[in-house]
Design a protein around this ligand. Structure first.
Ligand code: HEC
Length: 174
């Protein structure tokens, strides 16, 4: 009995530290369980963009062109092997159109949850590969790769939608 009490107290403490980091609750894309942010790499946890994201679920980088080169290089290292150099899809589904297996990937929060916590099979959690800040930069790049109808891209701001030009693939697709 005593052991049980100690154990549940320990679980409770664990849960509070994880959720203390985030005002928005983040969930695993497939299992729907709460994501534990304490697995995140130490570096890149407290940038302005990460703090803003954890408080609001919005990714400030999606409107900052200056982060695109870094987002691109992170994408080419961490994602393109499975999703294609231009996000056209390979082992993993395309990320450059408006079809999502998991519709929540049309939101910054949902896309972050999929990257951080993974989905099924080969789509493993990325918290050991990318810092939280880097995940937000990858999201900006994934949005930049879009070649679909801007009206179906809920994640675009009205200004981005009005000025939309589809991504011009600069890498070969093979
Ligand atoms: C080892 C291969 C692999 C790597 C690396 C990988 N993915 Fe995936 N990804 C997959 C597979 C396979 C799926 C399909 C899983 C599913 O349907 O549950 C997937 C699914 C996804 C989805 C869901 C798409 C949808 O239609 O809802 C997103 C978003 C995604 N990946 C983004 C990324 C990003 C961003 C990176 C890099 C940080 C990345 N993935 C790295 C293989 C990979």
């Amino acid at each position: 009995m005593r052991k049980l009490k100690v154990l549940s107290a320990a679980i409770l403490v664990g849960m509070t530290t994880a959720s203390a980091l985030a005002a928005v609750q983040l969930y695993h894309t497939v299992e729907g369980t709460a994501l534990d942010l304490s697995f995140a790499l130490e570096e890149g946890r407290d940038t302005e963009a990460v703090k803003h994201f954890l408080a609001t679920g919005e990714d400030l980088y999606t409107t900052q062109e200056a982060v695109l080169p870094e987002g691109e290089s992170l994408y080419l290292t961490a994602c393109s092997g499975c999703h294609g150099h231009n996000g056209e899809g390979k082992i993993g589904p395309g990320l450059n159109d408006d079809y999502w297996t998991y519709p929540k990937n049309g939101t910054d929060k949902g896309l972050f949850e999929t990257i951080y916590g993974g989905a099924q099979g080969m789509m493993g959690p990325q918290y050991g590969n990318l810092t939280l800040d880097e995940m937000l930069k990858v999201i900006a790049w994934v949005r930049h790769l879009y070649v679909g109808d801007p009206d179906k891209a809920d994640w675009l701001t009205p200004e981005q939608r009005a000025n939309f030009t589809p991504y011009e693939p600069k890498h070969g697709t093979k």
